[in-house]
Design a protein around this ligand. Structure first.
Ligand code: PLP
Length: 367
């Protein structure tokens, strides 16, 4: 038996008729650019997130770029965020002339440690950007309170957290603006690249909507210098078909997480922590142990795929050497980078497969 980290084929087969019909509908209409499925998807996704507006774009990275621009973040500005995330979180910051300022994580949740944020605020700080990493919401009450006190924007990177909840509020609905990625492997994934910006702020939504489409008000009049960041109608149609299943898929992920937790409790490895006031959606199922690399090899030899999210913290990436950070600056992040291991996690995983993974881990730990 081989167990992949993610199985996109199993998901397609489970709703093949719906996906095929959605694709055929768009092909038949030939309305490939900003067709009716785009607006319908935006409305449905906004409702799913509990926000007023969603703007579909062609990647989570594009959504971040538009979020920074719509929040007025520009040259010389600083944005406080976590070094333990995918590089796209900060990729566009440099492109608007701003600079990421890192704050170490809480190793229990893997998210930005709110108790360390205030010390990082300067007169150049414009925003705080929490990432709901692995589908686990960041500690938003503290973050929003700090932002409020200092007049800062909050930009949620919810790329891994579609449907996650913090005290009953959905990821993406708590900050001034939030971004989602629909990269194929995400909890809601397109069949290619796609993303969205969501917000309750009508002005931010309007600006993002203009910027994603050449700053265009109508065909030949351009109010802003924009981009071509449009989501494809095909992707929007596929995402609509999949959005209808997202709740049940997130529930399945939560069931698998509970099974993993049950089978792996009381062992020498750190399990995902889910405080009572959040609903995590387990984009990734991450455990932590010092012998991470040896366990990874042991599982690979038994046909079980794993991942590492992420092995090199952002402050130690060659591309960001100019920021002047060094090894030792963020000890919790650096230890997690050495110890985290992502186990197979996707809705279609079977209980037998989870048991198989747990058995192989116990064999490695000799229990
Ligand atoms: C996937 C991801 C992104 C960016 O998404 P793309 O759609 O690949 O551009 C941003 N932030 C995080 C945390 C992600 O996981």
């Amino acid at each position: 038996m081989t167990i992949p980290l993610v199985d996109l084929k199993a998901q397609y087969l489970s709703i093949k008729d719906e996906i095929d019909a959605a694709i055929q509908r768009v092909v038949d209409s030939t309305s490939f650019i900003l067709g009716p499925d785009v607006r319908a998807f935006e409305e449905e996704f906004a409702r799913f997130c509990g926000v007023q507006h969603a703007v579909g774009v062609d990647s989570g990275t594009a959504a971040l770029h538009l979020a920074f621009l719509a929040c007025g973040i520009g040259p010389g500005d600083e944005v406080i965020t976590t070094p333990h995330t995918f590089i796209a979180t900060i990729g566009m910051l440099g492109r608007v002339g701003a600079r990421p300022v890192f704050v170490d994580i809480d190793p229990q949740t893997y998210n930005i440690d709110p108790t360390r944020i205030e010390a990082a605020i300067t007169e150049r700080t414009k925003a705080i950007m929490p990432v709901h990493l692995y589908g686990q919401p960041a500690e938003m009450d503290s973050i929003l309170e700090i932002a409020d006190r200092h007049g800062l924007k909050v930009i949620e990177d919810a790329a891994q957290a579609h449907g996650a909840e913090y005290k009953g509020r959905r990821a993406g609905s708590m900050g001034h603006v939030a971004i989602f990625s629909f990269y194929p492997g995400k909890n809601l994934g397109a069949y290619g690249d796609a993303g969205a910006l969501v917000t309750n702020d009508g002005e931010i939504a309007e600006k993002a909507r203009l910027l994603r489409n050449h700053g265009r008000r109508d065909k030949y009049e351009h109010l802003l210098q924009g981009f071509n960041y449009r989501i494809d109608t095909l992707q929007a149609a596929i995402l609509r078909a999949k959005l209808a299943h997202l709740e049940e898929w997130n529930e399945a992920r939560r069931r698998h997480a509970a099974t993993y937790r049950e089978l792996l409790s009381d062992l020498d490895l750190v399990l995902p922590y889910e405080p009572g006031h959040v609903r995590a959606v387990y984009h990734l199922l991450v455990v932590r142990l010092p012998e991470r690399d040896a366990l990874r090899e042991h599982l690979r030899d038994r046909g079980i795929s794993t991942g590492i999210h992420y092995p090199i913290p952002l402050h130690l990436q060659p591309a960001y050497r100019h920021l002047g950070y060094k090894e030792g600056d963020f000890p919790a992040t650096e230890e997690c980078a050495r110890q985290v291991l992502s186990l197979p996690m996707y809705p279609e995983l079977t209980p037998t497969q989870v048991e198989e993974v747990a058995r192989a881990i116990k064999e490695f730990l000799r229990v």
